[in-house]
Design a protein around this ligand. Structure first.
Ligand SMILES: Nc1ncnc2c1ncn2[C@@H]1O[C@H](COP(=O)(O)OP(=O)(O)OP(=O)(O)O)[C@@H](O)[C@H]1O
Length: 321
């Protein structure tokens, strides 16, 4: 759905922000862009809604080169959430949320009704918070309004730049989890920028790990954590507790798929660490290993990289409880 083809951005002062980027975000997929400050994440994202134009290469949306799209029309299809939220200070929460639908001609009453629904969806009570002004909200509440406002025009694509950045870690994890649950139901195509590997792993279906202006690895969280593609990625993930979490999270029945037919020969036991399971999984060309029940020795099911991903998300959620 979003496709970068050999995209380079050089700023007029000669800074090359990104170089020869090629990757694709599938419809309904959430891709996180992660990397240190200044590596080109924001530049990448802003090239999707044409706040920044590439110097070379092209960006396609649904197969069409966005350079040929009218920027205003383009942005109607692309929600944008930024860290400083950018709510209008003189408008109430409800008015802020209804802004875009009203701009595109939705009658006021309908726009407000939809805004109220969206506020509920992001966990704010419209009766309590709807008539407040942004300054009367906490940082976390403001970020929820930012997400609700971006969803209000029902754009198929969302760009999110550090959307949960401005709140403390506890609130942040709660917002992330609520957002994941929301994404399960709305299935937007999302590019989300973060400098936090933890957040990238938790939210991303796939992660683009940035070095300096290039993507060092574009893969699922389990692959990035379990099989870093370059020494740079290894040191980036190594410094994080994500890997340690793999080591302390056991394989559980809920992570498995049924073993129809012959189970793979390679196996671990239920309760083995995800790290151990992933190490074995990565050696198996078939991309699946058997998991046995230590009590009976019987095959309990089959573990795939998706199962590891699910287990990681479960572990994150459990840590929040
Ligand atoms: N308008 C500009 N003119 C010149 N250089 C720029 C401009 N905007 C960004 N850059 C440079 O391009 C590089 C990439 O910047 P970008 O904002 O994309 O990084 P980022 O990964 O999003 O960083 P952060 O996490 O700090 O926001 C940086 O070296 C930055 O200094």
């Amino acid at each position: 759905m979003i496709r970068f083809e050999h995209v380079t951005k050089r700023y007029p002062d000669g800074t090359t922000a990104v170089e020869d980027l090629s990757f694709e975000v599938a419809e309904g997929e959430l891709v996180t862009l992660v990397g240190p400050s200044g590596c080109g994440k924001t530049t990448t994202m802003k090239m999707v809604n044409r706040l920044i134009e590439p110097t070379e290469g092209r960006v396609l949306l649904d197969g069409r080169d966005i350079a040929e799209a009218d920027p205003v029309e383009l942005r109607r299809h692309i929600g944008y959430v930024i860290q400083q939220v950018g709510l209008f200070p003189h408008k109430t929460v409800l008015e802020n949320t209804a802004t875009v639908p009203q701009l595109i001609g939705t009658p006021k009453a309908r726009a407000r009704a939809r805004a109220a629904e969206l506020l509920e969806l992001v966990g704010l009570d419209p009766a309590v918070h709807g008539d407040r002004y942004p300054r009367q909200l906490s940082g976390g509440q403001r970020q929820r309004v930012g997400v609700a406002r971006a969803l209000a025009a029902d754009p198929p694509v969302l760009l999110m730049d550090e959307p949960f950045g401005a709140v403390d870690p506890v609130v942040r994890e709660r917002l992330q989890n609520e957002f994941l649950a929301l994404q399960q139901s709305v299935r937007k195509t999302i590019l989300l920028v973060t400098h936090d590997l933890e957040e990238a792993v938790r939210l991303g279906d796939r992660i683009a790990v940035y070095g300096s202006g290039t993507i060092e690895q574009f893969a699922t969280p389990a692959e990035v954590l379990g099989a870093p593609a370059t020494p740079y990625v290894a040191s980036f993930v190594g410094a994080d507790r994500g890997l340690k979490r793999l080591a302390v999270t056991p394989v559980e029945p809920a992570d498995l798929e049924p073993a129809d037919g012959a189970a793979p020969a390679a196996s671990v036991e239920l309760g083995a660490s995800l790290r151990q399971a992933l190490a074995l999984l990565l050696q198996e060309d078939a991309g699946r290993i058997a998991v046995t029940d230590p009590a009976t020795g019987a095959v309990a099911g089959v573990l795939t990289p998706q199962g590891v991903h699910r287990a990681l998300r479960r572990a994150h959620r459990r840590d929040d409880a």
